[in-house]
Design a protein around this ligand. Structure first.
Ligand SMILES: C[S@@+](CC[C@H](N)C(=O)[O-])C[C@H]1O[C@@H](n2cnc3c(N)ncnc32)[C@H](O)[C@@H]1O
Length: 281
C-alpha cells in the first residue's frame, strides 16, 4: 500500500483528490489573506510535497486546469515573494545569532546544493573563472555553493533589492565568504557583463511570461558572445510554481537544456554563442 501523503492524508494514488487539493492550495496562496510568511510556508510546504510526489499525469492535469490557468502568473509572483520572505527570515536569524544555524535548518538547502552540483558539472567543459549570478537574494545559496564547488572561481551576486544586498553581505561574512562581491542593480537595465566568462540568470528573475521574455532578450543583447549564458527554467512539477524560458527566443542559437536535474523542478539552459567562433561544437 503506497504511503499516504503526510500533509494531505490523501492516498498517494488518489490523483483526483490530489488535483483538487493542489488547485485549492494554489488558489489559497494567492489570496491576500494568506500573504503572511507563516501562511505561505504552510501552504507551499504542502503544495511542494504534492508536487514532489506527483506523476506526470497529475502535473499536466494541474497545468491544463482552468482554475490554475486563471492564476498561474499570480502563483509564480507569490512564489517569488515567498522565496524572498523566507530567505530574509533566514538571513536575519543568522545575523542576530551570529551563527549559521538558521542556514542549516533552511528547508531548501539540500535542493540548492543538488542544483549547484548538477550545474557545476554541466559548466565544467567551459571552466568559467569569473561568474555572476543574477537574482542572488538575501541568502545567496547558489553563489555560496558555487564557490564551495569551484574554489578557484569568483562568483559575483547581482541583486535589485538594496535590503537583500545588505543582508547577503552580512550573511557572507558569517559563512566565511567575506570576499563575495554584490552588485545592487536591476537585471532589466544592467549591462556591464564584459568582465564575466559566465552569466547565470536565476529562476525567479522575470516571473510573468512577458517579463521573462524581456529578461531573456535583454541578456542575449547585453552578455558578450564569448561568455557562457545560462538561464534557470522551470521543468516538470516546477512549472506549477516557477516560470519557464520560452525556447522560441533561443531559436538558431547553440543552446542545450540540461536533462534529468536531480532537484526535478528546474534545470539550466546553457547558451554558448561563442562556440562557433572557438570552433567548439
Ligand atoms: C529569493 S532569491 C532566490 C535565489 C537564491 N537565493 C539562490 O541563491 O539561488 C531571488 C532574488 O532575485 C531578485 N530579483 C528578481 N528580479 C530581479 C531583477 N530583475 N534584477 C535583479 N534581481 C532580481 C529578487 O529581488 C530576489 O532577492
Amino acid at each position: 500500500m503506497p504511503e499516504n501523503n503526510r500533509n494531505t492524508n490523501l492516498p498517494a494514488g488518489d490523483d483526483t483528490g490530489l488535483l483538487d487539493r493542489a488547485l485549492a492550495l494554489c488558489e489559497a496562496v494567492v489570496e491576500e489573506t494568506a500573504s503572511s510568511p507563516a501562511a505561505r510556508e504552510r501552504l507551499f510546504s504542502e503544495l511542494d510535497e504534492i508536487l514532489d510526489r506527483a506523476g506526470e499525469d497529475l502535473i499536466e492535469s494541474i497545468l491544463a486546469h482552468g482554475r490554475f490557468i486563471a492564476i498561474r502568473e499570480r502563483v509564480h509572483d507569490v512564489r517569488a515573494e515567498y522565496e524572498y520572505q523566507r530567505e530574509t527570515v533566514v538571513a536575519e536569524n543568522m545575523i542576530r545569532a551570529k551563527s549559521d544555524a538558521a542556514a542549516q535548518e533552511f528547508r531548501s538547502r539540500d535542493w540548492y546544493d543538488k542544483a549547484v552540483d548538477f550545474e557545476s558539472k554541466a559548466l565544467a567543459p567551459w571552466n568559467p573563472k569569473r561568474l555572476v549570478f543574477v537574482g542572488a537574494g538575501p541568502f545567496p545559496t547558489t553563489p555560496f555553493n558555487y564557490m564551495n564547488h569551484n574554489p578557484d572561481s569568483t562568483v559575483v551576486c547581482l541583486e535589485k533589492s538594496g535590503d537583500a544586498a545588505a543582508l547577503s553581505r552580512e550573511v557572507a561574512k558569517i559563512l566565511g565568504f567575506g570576499r563575495l562581491e554584490i552588485i545592487t542593480a536591476d537585471a532589466h537595465t544592467y549591462d556591464a557583463y564584459d568582465d564575466f566568462d559566465c552569466v547565470m540568470v536565476g529562476l525567479v528573475v522575470g516571473t510573468s511570461a512577458r517579463d521573462k521574455s524581456r529578461i531573456v532578450d535583454h541578456f542575449l543583447g547585453a552578455v558578450p558572445e564569448n561568455s557562457v549564458l545560462t538561464f534557470r527554467t522551470a521543468v516538470g512539477p516546477g512549472r506549477v510554481i516557477y516560470p519557464s524560458v520560452d525556447l522560441a527566443q533561443l531559436e538558431g542559437l547553440d543552446y542545450r537544456i540540461m536533462p534529468d536535474p536531480p532537484h526535478k523542478s528546474f534545470t539550466m539552459i546553457l547558451v554558448d554563442r561563442g562556440a562557433a567562433k572557438r570552433g567548439r561544437t
